[in-house]
Design a protein around this ligand. Structure first.
Ligand SMILES: [Zn+2]
Length: 378
């Protein structure tokens, strides 16, 4: 009986011990999965946020353009109002001039008529007298000529005045037409102003909606970032607690310089100054001090300066025979023995060692053999 109980207790203990031993492995796999999910969610939200920001930028541009047009129409309207005022003034002056001319014509005409009348009366009243008084036929002709000359001069004056009146009327018509054109332009600009005001209102309300969307996406982003950081921290803790690199500890591989994606020199044979050389990694140009991220989780096994080639470099051991190397760094952010989690900043881009410009020389090694990193990180 006692023996059986001991056996049961022993069995329970074994199960408990096994369970305890298994827990970190299972949890680690979960933590890795959690981390990758959190990172994927963060990437998704970041993409969304960037798309909203692009939209906002476009709408801000549209708003600025519309505002510019509003200002332009406003200044055109102001100029038109000035022109209309000036032209109206001109028209009023021309109309006054015309009125004066009409009065002049009227008065001249009246004077002419009364003169004619006076002459006619004198002539007809003295017809007999004239016939008798005029001594000669020649004298009579002179009298008739005088009458005719006066009449001709008056007629010419009237004609001249009427021509002047016509000229004034022509100018007046021109001014009136100009004024009508200006007023039509003003009406058109006013319609445009109304239309633009509507457009501006629409653009503003769209922009407000986008800004609200952006704020919501920004909040979601912060939340997702915190979730990712928490998952990363959890992964780091469990990774540190496990204390070993029995197997590959990472998940999917990550591009080591998220801000720069161009490869200036790929993996494999290349010609340099006429020499055939094997390039053991890929070169990613980036500005000095651009953060370099751990491509996967692991333990830092090298973090120092090598004068002959790599310059400041980091090697991270990911377990399972996988290692990654980061060379020509400006400076390093981790030290040997550190546990790093994928996405941690481990160093900064520079041009130390055998390098001609700021770039990251990035390698992946499997069982200490160089491999092309591209299929892993792309
Ligand atoms: Zn290189």
């Amino acid at each position: 009986m006692e023996k059986k109980l001991t056996r049961i207790i022993a069995a329970v203990l074994v199960v408990l011990m096994l369970a305890t031993a298994l827990v970190p492995v299972l949890a680690s796999a979960n933590a890795q999965e959690d981390y990758e999910n959190a990172q994927a969610e963060l990437n998704r939200i970041e993409k969304e946020l960037n798309s909203i920001k692009d939209t906002k930028k476009k709408q801000q541009q549209e708003k600025a353009n519309t505002q510019k047009q509003v200002n332009l129409v406003k200044s055109q309207l102001s100029s038109l109002n000035t022109q209309i005022a000036t032209t109206s003034q001109e028209l009023a002056e021309k109309q006054a001039e015309l009125d004066e001319k009409k009065v002049e014509i009227y008065e001249t005409d009246e004077l002419f008529k009364s003169k004619l009348k006076a002459m006619y009366i004198r002539r007809s009243g003295n017809m007999v007298a004239t016939a008798l008084a005029v001594d000669t036929f020649s004298e009579m002709l002179t009298a008739v000529n005088t009458l005719s000359n006066i009449s001709q001069a008056d007629t010419a004056l009237l004609q001249k005045l009427n021509e002047e009146k016509k000229e004034i009327e022509a100018v007046e018509a021109e001014i009136e037409e100009k004024l009508a054109q200006l007023e039509a332009s003003r009406e058109k600009q006013q319609a445009k102003q109304t239309e633009l005001a509507g457009l501006l209102q629409k653009v503003n309300s769209q922009l407000s909606a986008t800004e609200a969307e952006e704020a919501a996406a920004q909040a979601a982003y912060e939340e997702a970032k915190k979730a990712r950081d928490d998952a990363q921290e959890e992964l780091r803790k469990e990774f540190a607690a496990s204390g070993g690199l029995d197997g590959f500890v990472g998940g999917d591989w990550m591009w080591p310089v998220p801000t720069n994606t161009y490869i200036s020199s790929g993996y494999g044979y290349r010609n340099i100054f006429g020499y055939r050389e094997f390039h053991t990694g890929i070169d990613i140009p980036a500005p000095e001090k651009t953060p370099i991220k751990a491509t996967n989780s692991g333990v830092v096994t090298v973090a120092s300066y090598q004068s002959t080639g790599y310059g400041n470099r980091i090697i991270v051991d990911h377990g399972g025979g996988y290692k990654s190397l980061y060379a020509h760094c400006h400076s390093l952010a981790v030290k040997v023995g550190d546990y790093v989690v994928q996405g941690d900043t481990i160093a900064y881009v520079g041009s130390t060692g055998l390098s001609t410009g700021n770039h990251l020389h990035f390698e992946i090694r499997v069982n200490d053999q160089y491999v092309d990193p591209t299929p892993y990180v792309r």
